[in-house]
Design a protein around this ligand. Structure first.
Ligand code: GTP
Ligand code: MG
Length: 152
């Protein structure tokens, strides 16, 4: 029997960065609700992608922003606990917005962790290719690797 492998990858990021769209794309099904409205996802949701003997459990999470109301705090806490529980955290950034205030705060908190994270510039179809490298390198913390994606 081939050796099987399984791991958890949390998709985190500012509201509307395209986390649910990417989850649906990675899993190949419309599991998560996608809307143009920020703060659509309110809870963690799991989707499993299988490739040969490898299983990756993707965890869609609510957008992370500075919470003011109690419900907001619960959503943001659910997102962070999704990231803490996962083997890898994939931070999605809307390339057309770049590193905005919400994403900067997320990067700051990730920089305080001992584990590395992956930064994915999403919605790369919305910006000129030449500007992408600059946007990816503006990431502050040294424990975040960068990549590119267009999920939609
Ligand atoms: N152009 C473009 N639009 C995208 C891409 N990915 C997602 N979108 C759009 O961005 C909007 C938000 O997508 P969602 O997947 O709901 O974003 P989210 O990060 O899950 O949002 P919250 O759950 O509210 O935090 C939707 O209108 C998507 O169609 C992409 O790669 N390119
Ligand atoms: Mg969502």
């Amino acid at each position: 029997m081939p050796q099987t492998r399984c791991g958890y990858v949390a998709l985190i990021g500012a509201p509307n960065s395209g986390k649910s769209t990417l989850l649906n794309r990675l899993v190949g099904r419309k599991l998560a609700i996608v809307t143009p409205k920020a703060q659509t996802t309110r809870n963690r949701l799991l989707g499993i992608a299988m490739e040969g003997p490898t299983q990756i459990v993707f965890v869609d999470t609510p957008g992370i922003f500075a919470p003011r109301r109690r419900l907001d705090r619960a959503m943001v806490a659910a997102a962070w606990s999704g990231a803490e529980d996962a083997d890898e955290a994939l931070l999605l950034v809307d390339a057309s917005r770049g590193i905005d205030r919400d994403t900067r705060r997320i990067l700051d908190r990730l920089a305080g962790r001992s584990r590395r994270s992956i930064l994915a510039l999403n919605k790369i179809d919305l910006v000129p290719r030449e500007s992408l490298l600059g946007r990816a390198s503006d990431r502050g913390g040294s424990n975040t690797r960068a990549g590119l994606s267009a999920a939609a």
